[in-house]
Design a protein around this ligand. Structure first.
Ligand SMILES: [Zn+2]
Length: 687
């Protein structure tokens, strides 16, 4: 029976580039969707940018552009990155669209008509200089519990206390530095407690993973609260119908954006709204999300849909966070890898495979260990799978005029491989892609063993066995065809290339047990090359450089996954950009790669280190640098950095300083010296 399925990934927030946390989620979803399509189901994959909220409004202000211009630019970058990672959306839209405005208003009015919207005047922190209400994350001050300085308005990173911004001591607005004042404002609330019984009923029908269910139980136990769904102007979003100056909170219209994307898709293909979204819909609706946004997707979202008389999700599948080399990805530590940076150095299919091999149906965190990544991809894809094709193709081309044998030499090999299709299919269906990849690689081992035992390279040398080489290699290439069919959801491009090589329109699940015999194949082109350590090193080096640039703009850790987690926090003010200079003025600054040959404390100097810089050609420079608070001398020796080589020497109390080392400075006094990419040598001029 053909199933009709709608699938979504969480909507990435349109205030910055994609990172690998977004990519792991879309790869998980895309693999599942491609598998469903390959099994013959009617499956559509929807996504969009989440384009509203305070951070986007402020970022656009900082850049001096409209929010519309900002989200258009970000959308183009998101779509370009997703396309290179081969994410096969049926539609990618935006929550800032007419479809979504219409749908959000419609759902709000339905909820209001059923008595599910209440109004209440609340007190909220207000920035008297910026003339706007402040979200919790835009207020900082001293923790009311432990007194730690510089804590956000919602929780303390030192002692873990949670509180409301009005409890902070010496609070200030991170936007203007002004002391916030309290102001009254009338807000709209969605009356979640009214929906409790219905949501519990929905959850009892096996919609979420056990770990998420346990988390939900905690929320039920502590009691559901009405949900504040409005924000005051200025706000970038949709104005609430009949309430001038009041806007929908970004988290109200973000999930409705799934429907907005559906409506956009329905403009190009004929899709009946009620068949997909009506209360009685039999279409499956599957959401893939990061575990940190479960609250929104398993409480608010189904409750809103029920309240509005629409269908509820069939299932919500959460995944864990992505870690890098065992640690939380961190912007400040320079381990926050952007999608584009990865693409600059490595093959996106390698990452698709690696993530597929690590993913399961659970919510445990997933680690990207770059050493393991390299070994795994080289061993599995290059060493096992691609190897089968390259071992067999040469004989067929050179000795048999590119013609496959007219029958399989050993049909039992093919039977053995095809028999695994039932369990591989089930593993894809259950999102146990890690298990699926292990099973497929065990089959690849089996095929390589078969070729090792037959030894076509020995057979080819003797006239009696020479003709049998064609059959053995035909077996090998048929096995390769089956393995690549199994891997198609994970490696769509390689699957298409393999189809071209085998002279087929595509690799087709329904043709698994139809052997490919008696036909001509095309020239073999290498399908994947080894991942080299140089490439993963370069990826990390570039990521660290980006971190230096980002250190100014965003302090602290971003969520490793889960796009929408950064819906409210993040945007931080940056230093104003300095006045423009001409290219000639820039060229007058002689910037050089320098090697730190020596570094030592300076007696009597509180902030300075004395550095000896090697700038090539035997030239050494002495520089006094104010970086003592951030670096130990012994950690600097041997490092490459960037110096201003033609700065007029300055006589200081401690000696002559003959230049300047470049470092990025954060708002809290952090310092990061700049480093060139791997391979730069002392004396190279920066241009
Ligand atoms: Zn504290």
């Amino acid at each position: 029976m053909t199933r009709r399925i709608l699938v979504t990934s969480a909507l990435p927030y349109a205030n910055g580039p994609l990172h690998l946390g977004h990519i792991i989620e879309t790869i998980q979803t895309d693999v599942w969707v491609r598998a469903q399509k390959m099994f013959g189901h009617d499956c559509r994959y929807l996504c969009a940018d989440d384009a509203h909220g305070t951070p986007i409004m402020l970022k656009a202000q900082q850049e001096g552009i409209t929010p519309e211009a900002l989200i258009a630019r970000i959308s183009a970058s998101h779509q370009a990155d997703f396309a290179e990672f081969q994410i096969g959306f049926d539609v990618f839209h935006s929550t800032h669209s007419e479809e979504n405005r219409r749908m959000s208003s419609d759902i709000f009015q339905r909820l209001e008509a059923r008595g599910l919207i209440t109004r209440k005047t609340i007190k909220q922190a207000y920035d008297p200089e910026k003339n706007m209400f402040l979200p919790d994350r835009f207020i900082k001050g001293e923790c009311p519990k432990c007194g730690a300085a510089d804590q956000y308005g919602d929780n303390c990173e030192q002692c873990g206390a949670t509180y409301s911004p009005t409890d902070l001591k010496n609070p200030r607005s991170v936007l203007s530095g002004a002391t916030p004042v309290e102001r009254d404002s009338e807000h709209f609330f969605f009356d979640l407690p009214q929906m409790e019984t219905q949501v519990k009923q929905w959850l009892s029908e096996d919609r979420v993973q056990p770990a998420i269910r346990a988390k939900l139980q905690e929320w039920f136990d502590s009691g559901l609260q009405p949900w504040d769904i409005s924000r005051d102007a200025p706000y970038f979003g949709f104005e609430i119908p009949g309430a001038p100056g009041k806007f929908f909170y970004v988290w109200l219209d973000a999930p409705i954006g799934y429907i907005g994307a559906f409506l956009k898709l329905a403009e190009t293909i004929d899709l009946d709204f009620d068949t997909y979204w009506g209360e009685q819909s039999e279409t499956e609706l599957i959401h893939f999300i990061g575990k940190d946004i479960a609250y929104f997707h398993t409480l608010f979202w189904p409750a809103m849909l029920m309240g509005a008389g629409l269908r509820t999700p069939t299932a919500v599948y959460a995944h864990g966070f992505l870690t890098l080399n065992g640690e939380k990805m961190s912007k400040s530590r320079g381990t926050f890898i952007q999608a584009r940076t990865f693409l600059n150095h490595l093959d996106p299919q390698a990452l698709r495979y690696y993530f597929a091999a690590k993913l399961s149906s659970g919510i445990d965190d997933i680690d990207l260990s770059l050493d393991d990544f390299r070994l795994r991809v080289n061993s599995d894809l290059v060493g096992k799978v691609v190897n089968i094709a390259s071992r067999c193709a040469g004989f067929i081309h050179k000795q048999f005029d590119s013609q496959l044998a007219s029958e399989l030499a050993d049909p039992s090999l093919q039977e053995y491989l095809v028999a695994a299709s039932v369990s591989i299919r089930q593993r894809y269906e259950r999102r146990e892609t890690g298990q699926a990849m292990r099973e497929i690689m065990a089959l690849a081992d089996f095929v390589n063993q078969y070729i090792d035992e037959k030894k076509p390279w020995v057979m080819a040398k003797s006239p009696e066995t020479q003709s049998a080489v064609q059959g053995v290699c035909t077996d090998g290439l048929n096995a390769f065809r089956i393995l690549l069919t199994y891997l198609s959801p994970v490696l769509p491009t390689m699957s298409a290339q393999a189809a071209h090589f085998l002279n087929l329109p595509a690799l087709d699940w329904s043709e698994l047990d139809t052997p490919l015999i008696g036909r001509t194949i095309n020239a073999y082109e290498p399908l994947m090359t080894r991942v080299e350590q140089q490439a993963t090193d370069a990826l990390l080096a570039e990521t660290k450089l980006e971190a230096l640039a980002l250190a100014e703009a965003t302090k602290g850790d971003g969520a490793a996954s889960s796009p929408q987690a950064d819906a409210e926090p993040e945007a931080q003010p940056i230093d104003p950009i300095a006045p423009e200079i001409t290219i000639d003025q820039f060229a007058a600054i002689d910037l050089r790669v320098a090697r730190i040959a020596q570094a030592e404390h300076v007696e009597g100097a509180a902030k300075l280190l004395r550095l000896e810089l090697d700038i090539g050609g035997g030239v050494m420079r002495q520089v006094f640098a104010g970086i003592k608070s951030a670096y130990k001398p012994e950690d600097l020796v041997g490092r490459h950095t960037v110096m201003v080589a033609n700065l007029k020497p300055r006589q200081m109390k401690f000696g002559l300083s003959e230049g300047m080392v470049l470092a990025a400075g954060g708002g809290n006094g952090e310092l990061f010296i700049l480093s060139p990419d791997v391979g730069a040598t002392p004396g190279m001029r920066i241009k």
